[in-house]
Each structure stands twice: as C-alpha cells, then as structure tokens.
Design a protein. Sequence first.
Length: 411
Amino acid sequence: MKFFFPDAQDMIYPEYDFLHDEYPAHRVRQRDDRYAHEVLKPVPYDGMLISKAIIDGVGNAVGKYSQAQRDRLYRRGGKSFFRLPDGLELLGDCGAFSYVKEDVPPVTVTEVLDFYEACGCDAGISIDHLILDFESGAPLFDADPDWSRRRSISLDLAASFKEEAERRNSSVEPVGAAQGWSPESYADSVTALQDMGYRRIALGGMVPLKTNQILETLDAVALVLKPDTNLHLLGVARPEVMDDFAERGVSSFDSTSPFRQAFMDDRKNYHTATGAYVAIRVPQVDGNARLKRRILAGEVDQAEAIRVERECLRRLRAFDQGQMTSNDVLASLLEYETLLEPDKKSYVQGYEKMLGDAPWKRCTCTLCQTHGIEIAIFRGTERNKRRGFHNIAVLSGKIPGRRPTKKGVVE
Ligand SMILES: [Zn+2]
C-alpha cells in the first residue's frame, strides 16, 4: 500500500542549534530547510499530495505560499521544487475542505487541471464537494437533498475533468473523487466513476468517520470494484486496520495526522510501533504567552522561570548521557510545570513513563539516532516537527508492503 504525505510546507532546518535554540543568520527558508523525504532514510512515503487550496488558496481560503514561492514552484515544477527523489509520485488535490461551506466549489475544471500541469503532478484528483454527514442506513434516493446535490456536483465535475484531461492529452493521470453519505452511496459513486472510465478512485469525506464506518463502506465498494481499479483513501490513516484496508482493495492513502499529533495532541506525541508517549513539555519562557502574562502580573519571577527552564534541559540531556537519574529530572520538570500551569492536570506521570522507557534510544529513524532526547522534548518548531517526521517513519513501518525487516530494510 502506498502512502502519500500531504504538503503543508512542513520542513526542518538541519543545522538548527538545539543548545542555544537559534538559527544562523544566513538561513534561507525552504531552500535551506529540509522535507521529511530529505532527512529520513529510508524515505517513509511513496509520494506527496499537494493541494491547490494550500498553494494557491481557493475561494476565500488563503494559501500558505507566498507569491515568490508559488512562482518558483510553477517555474521549476513540483518534483524539483520539493526535491523529490526519483520514483516518488506527485498527486494533486483541490483541498475540498477549504470550500466545504460554499454552495458550489469555487474552482473550475480548467483551473484545476492547469494547476496540476503547472506543478508537474503525475496524477490529479477531480474536483469534489464534501458531504460531512454519514448515515449508514440513509436511502440512496430521497436522502437529504444537500447530500444528493453535493454528490451529483462531484460526479459531474469528475466527468468534465476526465474529458478535459483527455481532450488535452494531459500528462496528468485523472483520479476520480467519490463522495457519499453511506456505504451504498459511496459504492454507487464508485460505479459511476468506473463507468466514466476511471481506474483510480479517491474516496473523500472519510476523515471524521469511525473506523467501522470506513470498513463498512469499503465492504460495499468492494462489491462493485473492478479488479483493475485502485482505491485511495483521502486523509485517512488507521494503522490498526491497514491490513483490512488492503484486503478491501485500498492501494494508497494520505494523512498528516501522525505528523500533527507530535505537537497538536494532548498526550499521543511520540509514536512507537505499539503505542504513544507524551512529549516532555519544556516551553521557552520568552515564547510562552501565558507565562509572560503571569510574569507581568507579578505572579512569577522571570529570572526564576528561566533558571528552572534551563535546569530542565540540562537534566534531560544529562539523563540521556546516563549521568542523571529520572527522579532528578522529574523533580525539575514538576517544578517547571507548577510554575507554568499550576491549575492544569500534571503530565509528570506520562514523563515518568517516557523517561523510564526512553523509546528514542531504540528508535532506528535517522532523527532519533541523530538528536536523541531532543526529539522527546515538546519545545519549538524544530523539535516538534522532527518528532512529527519520526511519527511518519513509525507509521511507514506499519503499512503493508513497507514494514521493515529486522535489519531495518523495507521488505
Ligand atoms: Zn525516531
């Protein structure tokens, strides 16, 4: 099964100075920064998913790229811009979530195909309109009129998209987007797309679904799926059921969730083959808005806060070198936590488990091997994104066909 990592300009700066927490003055963003596929060996995914909503902005949604970055991407093409190794695929998408609230998608087939071609995509997904509800038993006909309308829009646009790609003899392989609100309606969309000639179909709108709802839908789709049709799950990674997905005809998926959990999740920040750990919070005194307020209000002494922050880092690093017990580290972490968030539930139990198991010492990913305990510390974008990249490597190891053998070589 193939894994696509969605681009949201997530990079790390390889020469970042962890001891002083600073960048050199000569760093140029993007050019000197590195993508996950440039720092992890083996490369943990088979391609990148790029979104028109993120690069150009769609409708009222503003993109994440500056005009200069966009120009450079179009001038050089996506493969060169992203510095993708040979063999990695570029898959284009509209980013339907950015216009979910609008009546109709605010993009045309021509604009989208132009975008995919300008970016040098190998394949591109037709324009779709998300249906955010799911009801297993809802009828195919006489369902909520807005659901039916959105599904019809998606299918009509898929038909025009394929026609336009063929008319242009485009180098972009068209991928049909299937929307639905039930197993039956998804299966019906897949049938319609196959009738249009699509042999690569992306199932959209599944991000909020429970795993059993996805499996139920895939069961219904499997009944109509032609043997040579490839299914892609948009935005969905459920490591615990990857084999079940594969058995039901899923041949690829994309997801940012393991990456984002590294710094967005309250607890599951550092992933392993069998579970997850809470990352150790040592926020920067001068980067923490809440702490700044408490300092200004006279509740916290700034010099004292900086002293405890530095002591936490010093002890964590000493622990990693085998020169400090975990109890001594935990004492400092508790002191800092009490200073920062006296009213919040403590993370210290989670830290105890993290330090006790020290999972970064056993991890074979390039980043844990290089940076040790820094990966386990929740602090600033360079550590947090490295932990996110580590999580991608861990996810990669759970994908059928990508699981590493004991020697660390992909099967
Ligand atoms: Zn790692």
